[in-house]
Write a new protein. Structure first.
Lengths: 431, 523
């Protein structure tokens, strides 16, 4: 096993406590960074080719450089710890077990972008994460890493935690900003982008927890070191969340670009109970599925995209051959139907339509034309909305229907799921 | 100045203009629901998606600013597919209860379905999401959540214009619904504007709903006379009956809005109390008379009274009279050396705000001022009380209601000859020798000068009741009988005379005033 950085807390007990953290080289990155010029840090992160770990994979240093040069407003840093993509549980481990690693990333980033107020937004369910981060903030403040005149450099920074109230859409960066402002988390129409008009109308950078956790390591070890891990255009240590039908589900820290097959069969121990792989979603519930023939793909942003899916949040969801793909699709669609904010027409109406159509296929009442209808609904949704939730709902449906079409047609012809006992068509209650 | 090409046609536009606005300049309609020029951009309906060359995804025309060399297609195959898809999405959970929906005929779902969709439903009827219907959410507004397309025009209006935020979107996804915030009622003074801007039948006007199918109604562009703002409106009417007022956009006066009080003032305009025939007092009280007989009698008696010397005849004209009537009354008075006074009365507790609603509830206070008159009737009334006035003309003046009623009654008893010109039966008519029934401002041409000094035209939507006549027509004939002046054929001709002699109206005419008014020289 290679050295673990992001998951160092697994090797060092109680790393979340600041004395343990300091005893293990903690806050050295902050000390080093605050002696540099902010622009040097932006250039360093640019040179490292660090790309966002939240799902979109946008180059982090480039994002920072979008902040307006002539600016009199406060600059905010919003840390995205909403982690609501199904199959994703990587940020949680950092928030709960290594909060100082995140705070170091927050302090360095804030310094680099000229920010004096940072918010760490966590999903409502992360009660422990919020508590641990709050404790860490208090510890860091007591040691002079947060507050006024940090380490005597004259740099001031306040860091606050904020708990969401439990909506997937709060993880969309502008939905997150609306939520932070106390509003309904409707993603914002872009442009303008958060870098110019973000939180409270001020320039704002939104970065994922894991992304910021990478920053102190880049500061300490340099851009070349980071760029040397995995493919140069999409490098670095990466957390992969493996769930579903594997022997050892969990979060794995591996070099970016580790082959999907290796992750499933070596690190996660393969498929249990002598079953065979039927499909794997590589990047969280919203990404297109891979068939067993497609898993020889390096798990980095560009390679996965080239293979027809996205690395997304690196939530690897493994399904063995006991899974009914129509049922699996309907579960995914139910989630997106439930989580659509309802702002844009295609997503608001399309997510429900997909779920209802899939429910008919699985539980009875479907029409052979419903298979093509699914593709048509998904096509009409994708790319036509303010945020990516419609794409997130449409892409897995398109991939599943296309790649497992025979199974969908079988459902449509039979009028129910071939893998489960025949049931009455569901009673259709009004409402 | 960027040059943009839309559907093969090029146009130079200023920086910052959106595709939707640039298309409007070319008379190209980009269909839209959530976009409203008076509100912030929501970008949620997705109906205005257009194809832009060199952009992989369709973009919303309402929020995409044109750039130089941009090439836009609003009718390309990709655009059509998206438009059709959005319409289908909007309709899958819509109740399609058009036959019982008051919006039918002015519904953007109906219109765009015919223009962009025209396909059979692919959505099973029993799977529609059902929501609450016919919920009264305020004195004027009825909500149907099922018909709502969640464009958020109403919530934006209430957040951004009235800043009262009575409505909000609740729930998520296709269970989203517009509803009142807890403990609120949609009862702000501008509440019914949400009905106008609702593109579908989700918000209907409780006062108007089920009164008429809109396709039977005719529309007349005019102005509201309920206060001194003079909001530009459209009067909807059919067969001589008024049905509703809706605001007409005028960025210099009322933007896109009007107040509820102005909207509701429609009911008083065709009320029970309208005067319908000239009345002459005889031995047995009032008797109906022809206009010719009535005006002949009035002209004769006023001329006789005028012979008693300057000030023997007195005229009171209120700020409810249009400019044309004020002008003609001054001309007539001047010929008879009569004293003239204005009266501009509003209730002491009249509601006002810093948006559209003025405490001055008269539509033409500005016009009185332009004519050198104001609320200056008290000296004249003292003369009446003193018994020195031989003949008094009360023009659109409800004197007992506007001044101390007992004192007015005592004074009116003393006047040898009283002429009352008005739209409605009021107490002063009891003291009159002649009552002349006038048209309301919905029944003839004319102009008001609003509080800001803007001259605005009103136009006839419905005919006057019975034998009632348009004020300027009555007065030009009276002027002819008294002074021998030429009969004015049109209100425009009267205004032209006013423009030639009243400095405030210099250079103005009906053509110049047009549909959106013009500032007068006094403004």
């Amino acid at each position: 096993m290679a050295e673990r950085l992001l998951l160092r807390s697994r090797d060092i007990p109680e790393l979340r406590r600041i004395d343990v953290y300091l005893a293990n080289g903690g806050y050295e990155a902050v000390r080093k960074a605050l002696k540099q010029q902010p622009t040097e840090l932006v250039e360093l992160v640019k040179a490292s080719n660090l790309r966002g770990r939240g799902g979109a994979g946008f180059p982090t240093g480039m994002k920072w450089s979008f902040l307006p040069k002539q600016n009199i407003k406060p600059v905010y840093l919003a840390v995205n710890g909403d982690e609501s993509e199904p199959g994703t549980f990587k940020d949680r481990e950092i928030l709960e077990n290594d909060p100082h690693q995140l705070l170091e990333g927050v302090i360095i980033t804030a310094f680099a972008i000229g920010c004096h107020t940072a918010y760490i937004y966590q999903r409502g369910e992360f009660e422990l994460g919020v508590r641990r981060v709050d404790e860490a903030i208090a510890e860091a403040r007591a040691r002079g890493f947060i507050g006024k005149n940090i380490l005597g450099t004259g740099f001031d920074l306040e860091v606050y935690t904020h708990r969401g109230a439990g909506a997937y859409i709060c993880g969309e960066e502008t939905g997150l900003l609306e939520s932070l402002e106390g509003k309904r988390a409707y993603p914002r129409v872009k442009p303008p982008f958060p870098a110019t008009h973000g939180l409270f109308g001020c320039p704002t950078i939104v970065n994922n927890v894991e992304t910021l956790a990478c920053v102190p390591h880049i500061v300490l070890r340099g851009a070349d070191w980071f760029r040397g891990i995995g493919p140069e255009k999409s490098p670095g240590p990466k957390l992969f969340c493996v769930s579903g039908h594997v022997v050892r589900p969990g979060t794995y820290e591996l070099p970016m670009g580790t082959p999907l097959r290796e992750i499933i069969y070596e690190h996660a121990g393969g498929i249990p109970n002598g079953r065979k792989l039927k499909g794997v979603i590589p990047g969280g519930a919203s990404m297109p599925i891979f068939t067993p023939e497609e898993i020889d793909v390096p798990m980095d942003m560009d390679s996965v995209q080239k293979a027809g899916s996205f690395l997304g949040s690196a939530g690897i969801m493994v399904m063995d051959d006991s899974v009914c793909m129509v049922w699996a699709t309907s579960i995914l669609s139910r989630f997106f139907h439930h989580e659509s904010c309802g702002q844009c027409t295609p997503c608001r109406e399309g997510t429900g339509w997909l779920e209802k159509t899939l429910h008919r296929l699985e539980h009875g009442g479907a029409d052979p034309r419903d298979v093509d209808l699914l593709l048509n609904i998904a096509n009409n949704m994708q790319g036509n909305t303010i945020c990516a939730l419609a794409d997130a709902a449409a892409m897995p449906v398109r991939a599943l229907v296309t790649k497992y079409r025979a199974e969908f047609e079988q459902h449509a012809l039979l009028g129910h799921c071939p893998f489960r006992p025949v049931e009455e068509p569901r009673a259709r209650a009004h409402g | 100045m960027p040059t943009v090409e839309i559907d093969g046609r090029k146009i130079d536009v200023e920086d910052g203009l959106t595709i939707l606005q640039a298309a409007e300049r070319l008379d190209i309609e980009v269909p839209h629901y959530c976009y409203h020029p008076g509100l912030s951009i929501a970008g949620n309906c997705r109906m205005c998606l257009v194809e832009i060359e060199k952009m992989p995804k369709l973009q919303i025309a309402c929020n995409t600013r044109v750039t130089d060399g941009m090439v836009v297609h609003t009718t390309s195959e990709k655009t059509k597919v998206a438009q059709k898809a959005v319409l289908e999405f909007l309709l899958i959970n819509h109740p399609i209860d058009c036959p019982v929906c008051d919006q039918a005929g002015e519904c953007k779902l109906q219109e765009y379905y015919m223009d962009y969709d025209r396909q059979r439903s692919r959505f099973p009827l029993p799977e529609k999401v059902h929501k609450k219907k016919a919920i009264p959410i305020g004195p004027l507004v009825m909500l149907d959540q099922e018909r709502c397309i969640l464009c958020a025009r109403c919530t934006r209006f209430l957040d951004e214009v009235t800043k009262t935020s009575e409505l909000a979107i609740h729930e998520r996804g296709d269970h989203c619904e517009i509803d009142l915030a807890p403990g609120k009622s949609l009862d702000n003074p501008y509440s019914a504007n949400v009905v106008d801007i609702c593109p579908v039948g989700a918000l209907t006007n409780r006062d108007f709903r089920f009164q008429a199918r809109v396709w039977y109604l005719e529309r007349t562009p005019t102005v509201c006379g309920a206060c001194a703002t003079g909001c530009n409106i459209e009067a909807y009417h059919r067969r001589g009956q008024l049905y509703r007022f809706q605001p007409r956009a005028n960025p210099d006066v009322n933007q896109y809005w009007m107040c509820d009080a102005g909207r509701q003032s429609i009911h008083a305009l065709q009320g029970e109390g309208r005067l319908t025939h000239p009345l002459l007092r005889g031995h047995d009280g009032f008797a109906r008379a022809t206009w010719s007989a009535a005006l002949g009698a009035v002209a004769g008696r006023l001329a006789d009274a005028a012979k008693r010397g300057p000030g023997a005849v007195a005229v009171v004209v209120s700020a409810r009279a249009p400019n044309e009537e004020v002008f003609l009354l001054r001309e007539i008075a001047s010929h008879m050396k009569a004293q003239v006074a204005g009266i501009s009365w509003s209730p002491a507790d009249a509601f006002a705000d810093d948006f559209l609603i003025k405490a001055d509830k008269n539509p033409n206070s500005g016009g009185l001022r332009a004519h050198g008159l104001a609320d200056d009737a008290d000296a004249l009334l003292a003369a009446v009380t003193a018994g020195t006035v031989q003949a008094l003309v009360l023009h659109r003046t409800d004197l007992t209601a506007w001044r101390d009623a007992a004192a007015v009654r005592a004074a009116l008893e003393k006047v040898p000859y009283l002429v009352v010109l008005d739209t409605d039966q009021r107490e002063v008519a009891q003291f009159a020798d002649v009552v002349l029934p006038l048209a309301s401002y919905l029944e003839g041409d004319g102009t008001f000068t609003n509080a800001a000094g803007r001259v605005q035209r009103f136009r006839p939507a419905v005919p006057p009741p019975g034998d009632a006549r348009v004020g300027w027509l009555v007065l030009t004939e009276l002027e002819g009988r008294i002074a021998g002046t030429a009969f004015a054929e049109t209100a425009a001709a009267v205004f032209a005379r006013a423009a030639a002699s009243v400095p405030a109206f210099a250079g103005l005419g009906y053509d110049a005033v047009g549909e959106h008014g013009r500032p007068s020289a006094s403004a």
